[in-house]
Design a protein around this ligand. Structure first.
Ligand code: ADP
Ligand code: MG
Length: 301
């Protein structure tokens, strides 16, 4: 039986869709049976990135109970499978996203990895995506607000019975003021699964004449190399995290060191604020969400 992962973050624009597409392809290139799911049923950006938003049968039809899931799964690059969403607002409005869990469960025997591209925020469709999976990978930028958002998502995921297993740091530039992977790991209390640098080739993936995941068009760029390393990690290889971002010179190093000492109290404040106050708010706002007993989840290596 395979493992299902939700690629989630507090806000939009952190790179969830980009990472789902490229990571799915990287896992398929390693001979794994992979299904990626466009669980952002309102925006369907993953379907756009793979050029499959006009597929005749989509996740909308499955969630409406009008089609079988097997009819909504299509062949995607490198032998990967893809369950797209549609762009129809009319069907989106009628969709029952709570069926997503059953849909994913029915597919787990057929794949090694199922990756769900989640919508942003903590609205109903996000909760459905988080509660449909075994494990959650949180995508964050190396800045405090993004990490605070990831922490909120982590708390919500735990409440829904999904297991947050790791963090993917995206848009790493190696600039002064960025929070280091070690500190991010400590703040979220999760290991780092990947460090993806800001990469112009990735930025352009939605801008080319033919929109396409960067792994297919620029397989050797630094951003893709980082995603390949993440696929190695998920398939059980020991990897050294390296973004390819140039190390700062001695002056940059001293600045960085200095900024770490200056930043500590701020980080501590954020962590305390989110954990003590905001987490309570999040918890309160989800009193409606039914308790799901936490099972022991085996993470596939
Ligand atoms: P989300 O799904 O979290 O909203 P997307 O994957 O759609 O985020 O990414 C938002 C934008 O950022 C897209 O234009 C994408 O090409 C760009 N992007 C994502 N990751 C990177 C990166 N590492 N470097 C440069 N641009 C990136
Ligand atoms: Mg997206």
């Amino acid at each position: 039986m395979g493992t299902s992962y939700c690629i989630a973050s507090g806000k939009g624009g952190t790179g969830k869709t980009t990472i789902t597409a490229n990571l799915g392809i990287a896992l398929a290139q390693r001979g794994k049976k992979v299904l990626i799911v466009d669980a952002d049923i309102a925006m369907a950006n993953l379907s756009l990135l793979l050029g499959m938003h006009s597929s005749p049968i989509t996740l909308h039809d499955v969630l409406l109970g009008e089609s079988s899931v097997m009819d909504a799964i299509y062949d995607a690059p490198e032998g990967m499978s893809f369950l797209p969403s549609g762009l129809s607002f009319e069907s989106y409005r009628r969709v029952d996203s709570e069926r997503l869990g059953q849909v994913i469960d029915s597919l787990k025997d057929s794949y090694d990895f199922i990756l769900l591209d989640a919508p942003a925020g903590i609205e109903k469709n996000v909760l459905a995506a988080l509660s449909a999976v075994d494990c959650v990978l949180l995508v964050t930028m190396p800045i405090s607000p993004s990490i605070a958002d990831a922490l909120k998502t982590k708390i919500v995921a735990q409440r829904l019975g999904a297991k947050p297993v790791g963090t993917i740091v995206n848009f790493v530039r190696g600039e002064k003021g960025e929070i280091s992977p070690d500190d991010i790991s400590k703040m979220l209390e999760l290991p780092i699964y990947g460090m993806v640098p800001y990469d112009d080739e990735i930025r352009k993936s939605f801008m080319q004449e033919k929109i396409s995941p960067t792994i297919l068009t620029k397989p050797n760029c630094n951003g893709v190399k980082a995603i390949q390393a993440m696929a190695d990690k998920l398939t059980g290889k020991r990897v050294k995290l390296d973004t390819g971002v140039k190390k700062p010179g001695i002056l940059g190093f001293l600045n960085k060191l200095f900024s770490i000492f200056k930043r500590k109290p701020q980080e501590k404040r954020i962590k305390e604020a989110v954990e003590k106050k905001q987490s309570k708010e999040v918890e309160e706002s989800f009193e409606e969400v039914p308790e799901i007993s936490e099972e022991s989840i085996e993470i596939k290596g």
